[in-house]
Design a protein around this ligand. Structure first.
Ligand code: ARG
Ligand code: ASP
Length: 758
């Protein structure tokens, strides 16, 4: 009996059910991941996911505006992404009379879909390993600077040697800290229109309170459409453009997910730091995160106070507040997660193993030296500088008027250096893209209070050597404290008032610059910035370059001394795949989270009239009637689910794809306890959060009545490969139940997918 238990236990801990770490390059899946993916339950092949010879999953995935991911879900270019990814566009189509954020929006037909200047959908056409070409002529003997100039030259030459059509681009990016380089051939479609969005009370349900939190009940999705020219080619917005016909689009599974199911998430993760030495992580936990969190604490506290007191302020500041609160909350979770999982001790243990392995190769030991000792020294040297940099950057980014002043500083620099063309160009961009939105959501009274509070923190908590003496004198000469200093600055400044500043900017350059550089607040900000640049940025960048070099060597050495370990490159906004299982987690003692939420949970959280937790009447009615059509799971409406997929910022809007290549979810967040996955992925608590596609379909169909959109999608049931799917069945509840019970004999039915053009 004991033996059986033991072997069961071993099978459990050795089973790859928690596999999830890693953001893998699509073109290397075959060699690195396919076998594991299939062992986890995947029924398709690496070639079905990424192929240059035929339509594959990758042809349905786009970089959405360069900051999120989206996927094509119909043969007419219908695009699915998150509500929070399309937020800016939805907001820009909203007015007090016609508030799309509040009421939602569903285009009645294609002619009603709304264009979005500046937005684009970028496809990846092919990926190529160009390490040999980019690193040709590079040797370990070169200085970092010489190395970089050879690399830059090689990249330029390679780019020039390749032909690109209109809207095509060649991007070459470093991987593994510059040990490898990959080339991405992309094509961008600039006509992307808004098709539909639920109201915020669904798309942003739970808002900041529920952000990064499980259990979650947010229908965080919106629909867009890619339009193309007469030959399906990329084209700037034109009413005559036609819906784009994709090489591949994702069928949507009505089967949903169950605990343990295989899922993969395909998208454009932005940035991770998985291979930092323990010294860097220590610094982050001890100094940097606490500093950043404390500044945002203060700023958010002030803004929140005003938002609660005044509905107008709430509307103006909701989006800014959400942005600042998003990472504030993430850092708190990150620090806690790093501590609770003993990340630093784990890193230290790994570093010991690394040193032992390195010492076993005298030649390598000669070549690399004491990498960790050097890291320790450099991170010690950078400690105060890094803290000051983070303090300064959080201070200056959270006081809105300091941001304005920094833009004006850039204008002044162009004018003073005689670059009038640059001046005019930057001024134009500033007015069109920044000021056009800035003042309508700006309250100087709030900013004044934030300025006073954050200036006090900055002057109190940063070493005086790093702060301009003149600025210190200004502060010292004000006997009445920081609030009074703020009051005086704001009373005099030209930048708190739109008319005043626009009046100045309409003057000839020299006159304008003379006017705004005379502003006492401008001078204060300018002095802080200049001094910071000299005493912090410059020395810090010099050490940072040395750290980057160490990091590149450390990465290379790890790959050499641990040849059997599988390494994945850190995220860098290039296309990646991560895979794992549907799974809950145990965040702390005696607490266990399940992996799925249901509509009943929305109703539990419902607070009538509350801006975060109100629920539309129609949705409550659908719940009362249990009117879920073909989208229910055992009579309940699924909302969100968790997986062990390794995701990060930029993965929002990424498709969650099942074992058969069908869409089952829409990624939008991670759980708070596991936000440290950017630095230390831990399978016990790192989870990504996805909206169940059945909830999306239900909202589009039953809530919004936009069944014409459902008709254009391809819904599949039961689990099958795309080719062998039956026609879309509309099952009534009874036969649905029967279906669920009869286990579908999956494997035997599988037919290898033929090259598909859908
Ligand atoms: N935490 C998610 C991400 O990092 C969602 C953010 C948007 N939602 C919000 N309430 N701020 O992007
Ligand atoms: N919410 C993030 C995004 O917008 C995703 C994440 O950080 O997990 O990309």
């Amino acid at each position: 009996m004991r033996k059986i238990l033991l072997s069961l236990f071993l099978a459990f801990i050795l089973s790859p059910i928690f596999a999830g770490e890693g953001m893998w390059l699509p073109l290397l899946l075959k060699s690195l991941n396919e076998a594991e993916m299939q062992s986890l339950g995947m029924k398709i092949t690496a070639e079905d996911i990424y192929s240059v010879n035929k339509g594959s999953l990758k042809d349905a995935i786009v970089h959405f505006g360069g900051f999120c991911t989206a996927e094509v879900i119909s043969d007419q270019g219908l695009l699915l992404t998150n509500h929070h990814c399309g937020y800016g566009q939805i907001q820009s189509h909203s007015s007090v009379e016609d508030n799309l954020l509040k009421n939602g929006f569903w285009a009645d037909g294609k002619q009603e879909e709304l264009s979005n200047p500046g937005l684009f959908a970028r496809f990846i056409q092919s990926i190529e390993d160009v390490s040999d070409k980019v690193l040709s002529g590079v040797s370990e003997k070169l200085s970092e600077k010489d190395r970089q100039s050879i690399v830059d030259k090689n990249i330029k030459a390679l780019q020039n040697s390749m032909e690109t059509g209109p809207f095509e681009e060649i991007m070459i990016r470093p991987f593994f800290n510059g040990n490898q380089y990959f080339l991405f051939k992309t094509i961008s479609y600039p006509d992307v229109r808004l098709v539909g969005t639920p109201p915020e009370s669904i798309g942003k349900f739970g808002s900041d309170t529920d952000n990064w939190v499980w259990p979650r009940h947010t229908g965080d999705f919106a629909l867009f459409r890619i339009y193309a020219g007469p030959n399906n080619e990329p084209a700037e917005y034109d009413p005559a453009n036609k819906p784009y016909n994709p090489k591949h689009f994702l069928p949507i599974s009505l089967d949903g997910v169950q605990q343990g199911d295989f899922t993969m998430v395909f998208g454009f993760p932005g940035r991770t730091n998985s291979y930092l030495p323990s010294y860097a992580v220590e610094q982050l936990v001890d100094k940097l995160n606490p500093a950043k969190i404390s500044i945002r604490d203060e700023a958010l506290g002030i803004i929140d106070k005003y938002m609660r007191a005044d509905e107008g302020v709430r509307l103006q500041y909701a989006s800014k507040f959400a942005r600042v609160a998003n990472y504030w909350k993430k850092w708190i979770g990150e620090s806690q997660g790093l501590q609770s999982t003993g990340a630093i001790a784990k890193k230290k243990k790994y570093e010991k193993e690394f040193n032992t392995a390195l010492n076993a190769h005298p030649d390598k030991k000669m070549l690399y030296g004491d990498l960790l000792g050097q890291f320790e020294e450099k991170y010690k040297a950078i400690k105060d500088l890094a803290y000051t940099r983070d303090y300064y950057s959080e201070y200056t980014r959270n006081v809105e008027i300091i941001r304005v002043m920094n833009y004006l500083r850039r204008l002044a620099k162009s004018q003073q250096s005689g670059d009038l063309e640059g001046y005019e160009a930057f001024k134009g961009r500033l007015i069109d893209r920044f000021f056009s939105n800035f003042y309508k959501n700006y309250r100087p009274t709030i900013d004044e209070e934030v300025f006073g509070a954050l200036t006090e923190m900055y002057f109190t908590n940063v070493d005086k050597n790093y702060i301009s003496e003149k600025a210190q004198a200004t502060v010292a000469s004000n006997y009445y404290g920081y609030a009074n200093l703020a009051k005086n600055f704001f009373a005099e400044t030209v930048a708190a008032d739109e008319k005043k500043l626009m009046g100045i900017l309409s003057m000839p350059p020299a006159k304008a610059v003379e006017a705004f550089t005379g502003d006492p607040l401008y001078k204060f900000v300018d002095r802080l910035a200049e001094h910071h640049n000299e005493t912090v940025s410059k020395p810090l960048n010099a050490i940072q370059r040395e750290i980057n070099e160490l990091q590149r060597k450390y990465m290379k050495a790890q790959m050499e001394v641990f040849p059997d370990k599988r390494f994945y490159p850190d995220a860098n906004s290039t296309m990646r795949i991560t895979y794992g299982n549907v799974n809950g987690y145990e965040p702390r003692d005696a607490v266990a989270y399940k992996s799925q939420t249901f509509l009943g949970g929305v109703i539990e959280k419902y607070k009538p009239g509350d801006y975060e937790f109100d629920v539309p009447e129609k949705l409550r009615q659908l719940y009362e009637d249990r009117d879920y059509g073909q989208y229910a799971q055992d009579g309940k409406m699924p909302i969100c689910f968790l997986g062990t997929n390794h995701t990060t910022g930029g993965n929002s809007g990424s498709p969650a794809i099942d074992a058969y290549g069908n869409l089952v979810g829409l990624n939008f967040d991670r759980v708070w306890e596991g936000t440290m996955s950017d630095i230390n992925y831990d399978p016990s608590i790192c989870r990504n959060i996805m909206v169940d596609t059945r909830y999306i379909l239900f909202i589009v169909d039953k809530f919004a009545g936009a069944s014409h959109l459902i008709d254009e999608m391809k819904l599949v049931w039961p689990k099958t490969l795309p080719e062998s799917k039956p026609a879309k069945p509309k099952l009534d509840a009874k036969s649905l139940k029967k279906r669920k019970k009869s286990k579908i004999g999956t494997n035997s039915k599988i037919i290898r997918p033929a090259p598909s053009k859908q």
